[in-house]
Design a protein around this ligand. Structure first.
Ligand SMILES: Nc1ncnc2c1ncn2[C@@H]1O[C@H](COP(=O)(O)OP(=O)(O)OP(=O)(O)O)[C@@H](O)[C@H]1O
Ligand SMILES: [Mg+2]
Length: 344
């Protein structure tokens, strides 16, 4: 379309979307999660926002009709969008385009609300791009909700520590948004993303968060396209394995090496390998087990994909292979047509 349009898409791809999760089952529907992009957009840190109702972003010029629309929307069990004036921590106002999705429990009740927020700048409406991205990541948001539930069940220690691990897991999906917006507006504009690029974004982020001097990471990622569902699942598994390597493999070690590989085998199976030359798993331990959230997440993702996870024998450290069947990389024809039609 127009260059203003594509410039907007480029900006969307670069800036992670601001994302808020609230829990309507707690008194006054408080925020339970905000991501870093929310803090950048509003100036409010997670500590300042969590526990409060979203209305603290409203101010003098916030339109009562929009607030009413919001209130009505929250009562329905489907998506809705609202544009309204919100206020940053420093008092400046911004035009906020908010898309809200109720995330339902298995019983069909609203377990959480997820809100994506996009500041409206200039003449081009963010709505179209945002809606489409939103629509396509919905399944993965359901996965996030599943994780929050698992997290809540596993919750025995401080909520702050858990908040950090939850945030890390949600950020993995955040990169999926980025990769999607980037590839959605590329020439191909289909329902697949580059899996290699996605894994490398995840690896870079984890290396940045958990990395330290002396521990080097090597990536050998074959470039391949993957449907978004598969990419989301493989990405989350990669994130858990890599986080483990950084967090557990090198407790008192000065130097270490982590390898991440992605390759396609001759029968079309896609293999993800994460290995480290650290202390290794304790003897006889078969991972993943059901004792940790990380273990549960990986088991359920691996089962969900019909994949196989193997702990391979190495002289030093740990090595994991995840083999994802070729059929998880076949694009659905119908989907491709619909999206091609929607492409600019
Ligand atoms: N690469 C590794 N090197 C050495 N030990 C590991 C490695 N990966 C996992 N472990 C060991 O296995 C245990 C279980 O890992 P798992 O991911 O299931 O749980 P966690 O990392 O302790 O917690 P969570 O993932 O839920 O935040 C770890 O606590 C650690 O002792
Ligand atoms: Mg772990």
């Amino acid at each position: 379309m127009t260059s203003a349009h594509s410039m907007h898409e480029a900006a969307l791809a670069r800036a992670p979307l601001s994302l808020v999760i609230s829990n309507p089952n707690l008194d006054d529907n408080p925020i339970v999660f905000v991501n870093d992009a929310f803090t950048r957009l509003t100036g409010y840190s997670a500590e300042m926002a969590v526990g409060r109702n979203c209305r603290f972003l409203q101010g003098e010029e916030t339109e009562p009709e929009a607030v009413e629309k919001f209130r009505t929307g929250l009562k329905q069990k489907h998506d809705f969008a609202v544009d309204l004036w919100n206020y940053r921590a420093d008092g400046t106002r911004f035009r906020n385009h908010i898309i809200v999705t109720p995330l339902l429990s298995e019983e069909g009740d609203v377990a959480y609300f997820l809100a994506l927020q996009q500041p409206v700048t200039g003449a081009v409406s963010a709505d179209e791009a945002l809606r489409e991205v939103h629509h396509r990541v919905k399944n993965h948001l359901a996965m996030v909700v599943g994780m929050i539930r698992m997290q809540a069940r596993a919750d025995t220690t401080s909520s702050q520590g858990n908040y950090a691990t939850l945030a890390r897991r949600i950020e993995t999906l955040q990169f999926l948004y980025n990769e999607m917006t980037a590839s959605r507006y590329s020439a191909r504009g289909d329902d697949e993303i580059s899996l290699g690029a996605y894994i490398s974004r995840i690896a870079a982020a984890i290396g940045y968060l958990d990395g330290r001097e002396g521990v080097r990471m090597n990536l050998a990622l074959e470039d391949m396209r993957a449907p978004i569902d598969t990419a989301a699942q493989v990405g989350l598994v990669a994130s858990e394995l890599l986080t483990n390597a950084y967090q557990h493999a090198f407790p008192d070690v000065e130097a270490g090496r982590i390898d991440v590989r992605l390759s396609k085998l001759s029968d079309g199976t896609v293999r993800l390998e994460v290995m480290d030359d650290g202390i290794g798993m304790s003897d006889g331990v078969v991972w993943p087990d059901a004792n940790s959230l990380g273990g549960k997440i990986v088991s359920s993702l691996v089962d969900g994909m019909g994949a196989k996870l193997a702990q391979t024998d190495v002289l030093r450290g740990s090595a994991f292979n995840v083999d994802v069947p070729a059929k998880r990389f076949v694009r659905l024809k119908g989907e491709a047509t619909v999206l091609a039609a929607a492409a600019p």
